[in-house]
Ligand binder design. Structure first.
Ligand code: SF4
Length: 211
């Protein structure tokens, strides 16, 4: 039940606090761009408690991108077996390791998106936690849910969405926005029929289908 039927938009600070509690995130390999990038590939649709010990085992055996690039594919698959989609992740992580062992880890979003297995979420994480460059990555989840939460309008483009979000949130929160909103989108705020009755924002969200 909404507290206030006249809600125009979800208050950013309260939204941020609730989502941080619901979808916690601790970056792996902070300050080490290649570790941040490679571990981000492993983390897709996997909990940190499972991702981080697996990453530790992988990097113990193959500590550098160059060594991982030339690792036997079968061995990498075996090391990643505890993770979901381990075959796909083994392929992507070796390709990414080869890419960055030749060209180093890129700093711009555009170049990071050229690395195999890296999407907007990982690009933002690499920039923030690998290189110390805060940013807000706007992908389809962030674009859609920002409208539902009343932070943007249906007329806003991807660039305008990013600009508005940067005005709504303090800079030290930027890097978490993509992770939090994507997690919300995968969990309950799905493109079709969002599960508003299960959402931690249900009392502060203005979306019309939210009861
Ligand atoms: S699931 Fe519903 S209540 Fe939650 S953010 Fe999406 S539209 Fe709002």
């Amino acid at each position: 039940m909404k507290l206030n039927m006249q809600i125009a938009f979800a208050p950013p600070e309260e939204t941020y606090l609730r989502l941080r509690r619901k979808y916690p995130f601790t970056p792996y390999g902070k300050g080490n761009p290649s570790r941040v990038l490679l571990s981000c590939i492993l983390s897709a649709r996997t909990k940190d408690e499972l991702t981080y010990p697996t990453a530790d085992e992988l990097f113990k055996k193959y500590p550098t991108p160059k060594e991982l690039c030339s690792a036997p594919p079968q061995d990498v698959e075996t090391l990643l077996k505890p993770l979901g989609f381990f075959r796909q992740k083994a392929k992507h992580i070796r390709e990414a390791a080869c890419f960055i062992s030749e060209k180093d880890v890129p700093k711009t979003t555009e170049e990071l998106l050229l690395v195999p297995g890296i999407g907007p979420k990982c690009a933002a994480i690499v920039r923030a936690f690998g290189w110390g460059i805060p940013d807000i990555a706007v992908d389809t989840h962030v674009f859609r849910i920002s409208k539902r939460l009343g932070w943007t309008t249906s007329a806003d483009t991807l660039d305008q969405t990013q600009k508005k979000l940067k005005l709504l949130f303090p800079i030290n929160q930027w890097v978490f926005i993509n992770h939090l909103v994507v997690s919300l989108g995968r969990d309950v705020c799905r493109p079709q029929r969002p599960l508003c009755n299960l959402c931690v924002l249900s009392d502060i969200c203005p979306y019309p289908s939210n009861p």
